[in-house]
Design a protein. Structure first.
Length: 260
């Protein structure tokens, strides 16, 4: 069992070289949205752009795409079709080296099609920030451990955490200030992932280190703030930060924006 190392270290912002271009700062692909949740992927994409990503693409159903791109015109679009294989081919065509960062789940819904899409993407190699319906669909696949090759950042709020934890026999209460750190550590070790357990004093763990955030206030207790955090963390990873450092800096900046 690895030794737990609490940390207060806050990593610096990624560098912005004077001769940089948009390709310098990586690509984020936001996979999400459905007819009743158009704003979630758009908010996520907006946050990724404002977080410094060079290119942001929204992969969403055709009926959703025009509205999502109107909300965030700096992004471009990928149509999620009924044919999962065709959707994967489109993503692979624009990112053949699997270097883009996926922000997977905001507003995606929990249909069988969404389940198959999430499962297919998690079997890939792209670093993935998994949030919202992505987390709920992963929870439904447990306790049988689905095939996950993608390096993960999981960003559950307490309800999503409980849905993941129950089939994994993680008993720590994600709302108990004395147990939140242990809860995040336990889940990070099971999934070999970075876990961002959201809430007052958000905690971040890679299974060995534990960071407790000190910024933020109840202004963040509103629909859409989690989608923004997902996009921000994905953007920081796209710019070359490690998953753990990006998660720590992302929750700090997210809370600091609320404080300001």
């Amino acid at each position: 069992m690895p030794t737990l190392k609490p940390t207060t270290h806050l990593p610096p912002l990624p560098p912005r070289p004077i001769d940089a271009h948009k390709g310098t700062f990586g690509t984020v692909i936001v996979v999400g949205g459905c007819e009743t949740m158009i704003g979630a992927p758009a908010l996520c994409a907006a946050a990724a752009l404002r977080g410094g990503a060079g290119l942001v693409k929204i992969a969403t159903p055709r009926s959703v795409l025009p509205a999502a791109l109107t909300i965030e015109p700096g992004a471009t679009g990928i149509v999620i079709s009924d044919d999962i294989l065709h959707t994967l081919e489109q993503i692979n065509a624009i990112d053949p080296k699997h270097q883009a960062i996926l922000a997977l789940g905001p507003g995606l819904g929990q249909s069988e099609h969404a389940r198959e899409l999430v499962a297919s993407l998690l079997r890939g190699k792209r670093t993935t920030v998994l949030d919202a319906d992505g987390l709920n669909l992963l929870a439904k696949a447990l306790p049988d451990k689905p095939t996950v090759r993608a390096p993960l950042v999981l960003t559950p709020h307490p309800g999503e955490f409980r849905r993941l934890a129950q089939p994994l026999n993680i008993a720590h209460d994600p709302t108990d200030p004395a147990k939140r750190g242990e809860a995040a550590v336990a889940m990070a070790r099971i999934f070999d992932a970075i876990v961002v357990l959201k809430g007052a004093a958000t905690v971040v763990s890679d299974g060995t280190h534990l960071f407790t955030n000190t910024t933020g206030n109840p202004a963040l207790a509103t629909a859409g703030s989690g989608d923004v955090l997902t996009g921000l963390i994905a953007a920081l990873i796209a710019q070359g930060m490690s998953r753990f450092d990006a998660a720590c800096l992302g929750v700090h900046l997210h809370g600091r924006a609320a404080d300001l």
